[in-house]
Every structure is written in structure tokens, then in C-alpha cells.
Design a protein around this ligand. Structure first.
Ligand SMILES: Cc1ncc(C[n+]2csc(CCOP(=O)(O)OP(=O)(O)O)c2C)c(N)n1
Length: 250
């Protein structure tokens, strides 16, 4: 019989997923592992982890990684990449990490066009610490720090990271994806691969935003959370390529 699928070797075999039902981190780690194998970068990669559920990736992967203080992913990745230009460096960060406490680091690294990749997992909430309001929380969406829902007068509006970074000159590639269905999951994998290839070719800063669900902190079961993601999150955060400088070069 023809073998049509092999599990990526870049995920530990002795670990069982500890993520909540309906969480999409496991799917994303799997795709990252597959892409690294397809690009033959298994031994030439360094992942820089944010703090939060995202940071739990270190428990599951077999490749080099480091965790940095909350929000400092892009600052740390700048150092790792500049010191090791041949290494494929990427950050893996949540919305609280990247867009709240780490906004300055993210903007500054993007503005400098640093040659690394950012995987930005947007679940609209602070996951690990119990569902506090994040910069990406939707208007009206409840959070533990906004029990009546996000009120723009008090909390401002959801922040669109890709669109904000698109105001800068330097970023090379910005795409927003999701893992809500198989077709979009495949597109996410293609976006991650493209972002890594850009880095290998020395093109500069790429960011792939992945809109995901957090059933536990949204207070929904996994299926309802998927419905919320599709009906509400993807309306606020429409999927697609926001910038691709390779198209301008062509
Ligand atoms: C300097 C600092 N401030 C606050 C915290 C507490 N903290 C840990 S994880 C987290 C939120 C993470 O949320 P997010 O980045 O959205 O990631 P997720 O858990 O949703 O993947 C916070 C505030 C910390 N560890 N360090």
C-alpha cells in the first residue's frame, strides 16, 4: 500500500496534547513541523516563544527554541537572527503577547524589516491567564476584565495588526489566515511556507496572522467556538494577503 502521510518528526512522540478541546495550537505546530521538513530546515531553525499558551510549544517540538519575557519575541528574534543569519528564526506569539505588551517590539522590528518570521496567533483574548481583554477582543465580546463586553468608550476598538503594519514601508509579507476548515488550514500552511521561504531568500520581515478560537475562555464548546470564529472573528479580521512585495517585484 502506498504511504500518503507521515507525521512530522519535529513533534515529540512521547507527548500527548495538553491543549483544551478546540484549541488550534496543535494544528499549527504540526504544520510548522511539516513546512520545516519540506524546506529541509529541521536542524537550522530557532523558534522564539512568547509567553502564554503559545509558549507551551516548547513542550512539544524537537527543534531549537527559546522563551523570552512576555512581549519581547521580536526583540529577542532580532538578536537571535542577527547573531545567526543562516538560522531560520521565527517567533510564535499570542495577541496579548504580540499586540499588547509587545506592540513596540513588533512595530519596531517590522519597521526595521528584520529578516525573520512572525507567527501571530490571534484568539481575541488572553488565553493562559484566564480570558482578559486583549487588543483584538471584539466589540461586545465578554472578557474577564470586561464582564459586560468590550465597550469602545472604555476599552477602544479591536486592533488590526496586519493593517497597522501595512502602514510601514519595510514589511515584505503580511497575510491573515485561519484554521477553521481544511481549505483555510491548507492556506495557512502555504502562508507559513511562503513566509519561511522569504526569510531564506533574505527578503525581510514576514508576519502570518492566524485567527483561532479559545473555547475555554470564550465560554463556548468547541463547535460553538468555531461558529463564533466564523461568524464574528472573521468578519472583524477578514482573511487574505495584506501585503506581498514579491508581487510588486514581479
Ligand atoms: C511581564 C509579564 N506580564 C504579565 C504576565 C502574565 N501573562 C502570562 S501569559 C499572559 C497572556 C497571554 O495571552 P496571549 O499572548 O494572548 O497568549 P495565549 O495564552 O492566548 O496564547 C499574561 C498576561 C507575564 N508572564 N509576564
Amino acid at each position: 500500500m502506498e504511504k500518503i502521510y507521515s507525521r512530522t518528526k519535529l513533534l515529540r512522540e512521547d507527548m500527548v496534547s495538553g491543549f483544551c478541546p478546540g484549541c488550534m495550537h496543535g494544528t499549527i505546530f504540526k504544520m510548522i513541523g511539516e513546512v520545516l521538513e519540506e524546506l529541509h530546515m529541521e536542524s537550522k531553525v530557532a523558534m522564539v516563544l512568547g509567553v502564554g499558551c503559545c509558549g507551551l510549544a516548547k513542550e512539544y517540538v524537537t527543534y531549537d527554541n527559546t522563551t523570552c519575557p512576555h512581549g519581547r519575541g521580536c526583540a529577542t528574534a532580532t538578536g537571535v537572527k542577527r547573531a545567526n543569519p543562516e538560522t531560520l528564526v521565527f517567533t510564535y506569539q499570542g495577541d496579548g503577547d504580540l499586540a499588547s505588551i509587545g506592540l513596540a517590539e513588533t512595530m519596531s522590528a517590522a519597521n526595521r524589516g528584520e529578516n525573520f518570521t512572525v507567527i501571530f496567533v490571534n484568539n481575541g483574548i488572553y488565553g493562559m491567564t484566564g480570558g482578559q481583554l486583549a487588543p483584538t477582543t471584539l466589540v461586545g465580546m465578554k472578557a474577564s476584565t470586561a464582564p459586560k463586553g468590550r465597550n469602545p468608550k472604555e476599552h477602544g476598538y479591536p486592533m488590526h495588526v496586519c493593517e497597522i503594519l501595512n502602514q510601514l514601508t519595510a514589511p515584505y509579507y503580511l497575510e491573515r489566515c485561519s484554521c477553521n476548515n481544511p481549505a483555510n488550514t491548507r492556506k495557512t500552511k502555504a502562508a507559513i511556507k511562503k513566509a519561511f521561504q522569504n526569510q531564506i531568500e533574505g527578503k525581510g520581515f514576514s508576519l502570518v496572522e492566524i485567527v483561532t478560537s479559545c473555547p475555554t475562555n470564550w465560554g463556548l464548546d468547541p463547535l460553538d467556538a468555531l461558529g463564533f470564529l466564523e461568524d464574528k472573528m472573521l468578519k472583524e479580521f477578514p482573511l487574505g494577503v495584506i501585503r506581498d512585495k514579491s508581487k510588486e517585484e514581479a
